[in-house]
Design a protein around this ligand. Structure first.
Ligand code: 9WN
Length: 532
């Protein structure tokens, strides 16, 4: 007989199973990523979880974000972990006694009432808050949800843009791999190699009580994570001169793309609250421009990480100013023969492109703003003229800064951005389908790292396995830029693998085999979101 194939029923079962995972992981005020491995509240997990929860209970989704934001520090940072006081100290490392936020974090204004880490994670929160609002605007307005979260989200973005622009180029830098969220990505191998590891006997890895050592970062990685975090703590979690951050500083494409997407979302939140969103949209466009200027690698067709502590390379080429080759305001020329529009000013450029904006959740129906982007013409649109001014290529830039030549899913996440130049969108889609990620060919999910990269490992955490949050982001990006068939295929693959693995934390990108923790929060939440 024909194979049992009943998508609606299968999806109904998937919906119920995902809802069960989220119910089991709910603590009353927030959701744990995993009861065993991660028994506290994590920052970007909560944002992704809220995006899924909104379909089950908009109230719980709002509460999830409110709980996280209640732990915000006075300097605006949203900590990467908010500790649950009822969980024993030994259940997770590093525990509150390592971070000592309520004492060591006094200068930047850590809260006294709750223990947190002092690091941050990618800023998905404004995007999540907007999507949560949209699920039930009436409840949201009745509870004053956006009015309460807006000032906190604005302060969060201010923190990132003012305290974390360590490279001076308009992007936020991370000072620890845990901040970027892809902890042991091969992108960090070179920057981390400069960090003297803390001795393995000086800490106990609780993660190995729950996770298999082949799936997790190594002891050497952990030694370096601990050293970096302890130095930052010992500097009072201060950023800039006199602070403890120093040995590691990286500008990451996914982190900054999420910041730009969240700026667009904050603009919509501001407008819903009766203010103008114009300046925020313009800031999101500036962030997009800076991302292209500082992290785009035209030869590889992907965004790369910029290592701000790399030893200076000689000879250095002079670095163009922030607007070189990519002007958000001012005269615009057409960069590509197929580009539909030119525009003179970006007073609120994105408003015109709402339909194609993944933040708004729509589909492309109008022209995407076009700007000249160096290095994207050849090969993208055939007859595209090459703009005169060039952005720095890999390995160039300010002394001590270099692009890390590793291809990671982080470099594909900017596909999420509505204002990305079409030549770059086309190049990213080619990279996704090409040998490094083989989407729709050898793999159905986007791997976390280059399939043919030297460090690829299909099982080890962020060094190859496919993760559901990054696949959700890429799916949104493909859909926003009109790649409907690929988006549909990716959506199906995410749903299938999420269900087949019991909502695993991550999966082998070739076989779809479950790896990491089972019943993982954002896997369940984002599968739910894709079902709607
Ligand atoms: C450290 C919670 C977090 C995710 C990260 C993921 C992992 C923590 C760990 O788990 O990191 O923050 O202990 O390994 O890498 O992205 O937010 O799910």
């Amino acid at each position: 007989s024909a194979p049992a194939c009943d998508p609606p029923r299968a999806h109904g079962a998937l919906h119920a199973a995902a809802a069960r995972v989220l119910a089991d992981s709910w603590t009353g005020r927030s959701t744990v990523p995993s009861r065993g491995l991660y028994p506290h509240q994590w920052s970007w997990d909560s944002a992704f979880i809220a995006v899924g929860l909104r379909h089950l209970s908009p109230l719980r989704a709002q509460t999830e974000l409110e709980t996280l934001l209640a732990a915000q520090w006075a300097d605006g940072r949203i900590p990467h972990i908010v500790f649950n006081p009822s969980v024993p100290l030994g259940a997770y490392f590093p525990s509150p006694d390592f971070w000592r936020s309520s004492t060591a974090g006094r200068a930047p204004g850590a809260p006294a009432a709750v223990e947190t880490s002092g690091l941050v994670q990618p800023p998905v929160h404004a995007l999540a808050a907007w999507l949560v609002h949209c699920a039930d605007p009436r409840l949201s307005r009745a509870r004053g949800f956006l009015a309460r979260v807006h000032p906190r989200l604005a302060a969060w973005h201010r923190y990132l843009l003012h305290h974390r622009d360590l490279g001076g180029g308009g992007l936020a830098a991370v000072v620890h791999p845990w901040e970027q969220g892809m902890d042991n990505s091969p992108c960090w191998d070179v920057p981390l190699a400069r960090v003297a590891p803390a001795p393995a006997r000086s800490f106990r890895r609780a993660d190995l009580d729950h996770g298999s050592p082949e799936d997790r970062p190594t002891d050497l990685d952990y030694g370096r994570y601990v050293r970096l975090a302890a130095d930052y703590r010992d500097g009072g979690y201060r950023d800039g001169p006199g602070g403890g951050a120093g040995a590691f500083a990286v500008e990451d494409p996914a982190f900054n793309a999420l910041l730009a997407a969240s700026e667009h979302a904050l603009a919509r939140i501001a407008r819903e609250l009766g203010a103008a969103g114009t300046a925020r949209h313009a800031r999101a466009e500036r962030l997009t421009a800076a991302l292209v200027e500082r992290l785009w690698d035209p030869a590889r067709g992907i965004f790369l990480c910029r290592d701000l502590r790399a030893p200076a390379q000689a000879p250095e080429r002079p670095v163009p100013g922030p607007a070189a080759g990519l002007r958000v305001s001012g005269p615009v020329t057409r960069g590509h023969a197929s580009g539909p529009v030119t525009r003179g000013h970006a007073s609120d450029p994105v408003d015109r492109g709402h339909a194609s904006d993944p933040v708004a959740g729509g589909h492309p129906s109008g022209p995407v703003p076009e700007r000249p982007v160096p290095g994207t013409g050849a090969g993208s649109h055939g007859s595209a003229p090459v703009p005169e001014r060039q952005v720095p290529g890999p390995g160039t830039g300010p002394p001590g800064a270099g692009l890390v030549p590793e291809l990671s899913v982080s470099g594909l996440v900017p596909l999420l951005l509505p204002g990305l130049p079409p030549g770059i969108v086309a190049a990213l889609v080619r990279t996704l389908r090409g040998p490094h990620f083989a989407l729709g060919g050898a793999t159905r999910l986007v791997a976390s790292y280059d399939l043919i990269g030297e460090s690829f490992d299909p099982h080890r955490y962020w060094r190859g396995p496919a993760w559901f949050n990054t696949n959700w982001l890429v799916e949104r990006g493909l859909r926003a830029h009109g790649e409907r068939e690929s988006a549909d295929a990716l959506r199906e693959a995410v749903l299938h693998t999420a269900g087949a693995t019991g909502f695993a934390e991550y999966a082998d990108p070739y076989t779809g085999e479950a790896r990491g923790a089972p019943g993982f929060g954002w896997t369940a939440a984002l599968a739910l979101d894709l079902l709607h």
